[in-house]
Write a protein that binds this ligand. Sequence first.
Ligand code: BES
Ligand code: MN
Length: 457
Amino acid sequence: MFDAIEKLKEYIGYQSVSADSAYKEGMGQTRDFVAKMLGDLGLSVEIVNTPKHPIVMARRTGDPSWPHVVIYGHYDVQPVDPIELWETKPFEATIKGDRIYGRGAADNKGPQMAHIAAVAELLEECPDLPLRITFLIEGEEEVGSPSLLPLLEERKEELSEADFVLLSDTLSPSEDQIAVTVGLRGIVDMEVELVGPKSDLHSGLHGGAVYNPLQAMAEICASLHTPDNRVNVPGFYDDVTEVEEWERDELKELGADMDAYAASVGVDALHPIAGYTPFEAIRYMPTLEFNGLWGGYTGEGSKTIVPAKASVKITCRLVGNMKPDVVGKQVADAILSRVPKGLKAKVKMGHKGVPYLVVPPDRPNTPAGQSEVLANAYRATEAAVTDVFGKKPLFLREGGSIPIIADVKRVTGLDSVMIGLFLPEDNLHAPNESMSLEVLKKGIQVSKRILKSVAGV
Ligand code: BES
Ligand code: MN
């Protein structure tokens, strides 16, 4: 018997921080754990080496007439800092009440386990299940999936003949209201350095004579939004597209207790983009965010200098037809055009992701040629969530990004069925990450029913 909770505890125990090379050994152990777990289910496992962290592929082959589902997940997790805020050890799974705590519990080891456990149980119950399955579990999602696109291109033929991708790496509003995610925002990442004097200068000797890079950086950053919280970059909104009426209706059904939302993130007022509710802004609008801003002296006490440099990390979330390269250039050009004389700017582009949208069956804008297997998978998902969680799911866009989902669509033509199995209280990317065990158990049931229905049994 496959024990999903025991397996998840073990999985969380492996230290798989993809961003930090100090975790190289943990990444290797995690990959081996995933490979063995899938191998033990009777799947044939392939470890695809990449320049950084290998991809685990595991296949259940079968008759070419059987439907074929690709199950996606990532075995890497975010760094654990600030470690002092964790109440339990991040890499030692701890169960408290109905929750399992640890880095990756929610993003993505727990939700992914729902599908692995579903396959394990199904294959035990029906060894002859007429379904082909390919697991695609990568180790670089949290660093922008640099190796997955080349793999997709290399395995294009094999993957293109699958029917759809199934995954759980997105949010649901609550255990009582599960979401099927039908949109992800794209992303473009960049870092800008402003360089002024040849070294830090004594501010008493030089202050007032040279342009302070931190001052210039603050002025440039402040210029990138208008007071109504729109992005002040020429052309930025050109490729935003209209949102369908049925999508707005789904979001309305979610309701919007903005005081509760503000309280949940610990602020006493919200600052949504003018003309949009906060929940609309998160899902329907692009943003430009400052992720980090630094320069000069930040140690204890004071130091009277004009610093030599200042830096900022920026990410933009994209929607509609926005293209990461185009937006990256628009933002870089806007910044460069605002650099005052006496300073030089260097812009370094980072990872990118294209926005993704999928339309479920039976909507006014469902593509005419949508595959029957995909349409059935969506209908089965709706029925399974309704039965298992006791309420019909909402089909919602999400504000987060999983860049590979749009790449999969572009390279292989496959759409994705994304069932949200983490919740707002799960502390993704933050200290004390956790997942509800009830959601995990119900997620396994949902996944089993979808897979059975796709297999036609
Ligand atoms: N699981 C998240 C994506 C996500 C978060 C989807 C919230 C929906 C709601 C994923 O692991 C993630 O964090 N992705 C990064 C992508 C980036 C590193 C390219 C993100 O969204 O910041
Ligand atoms: Mn994730």
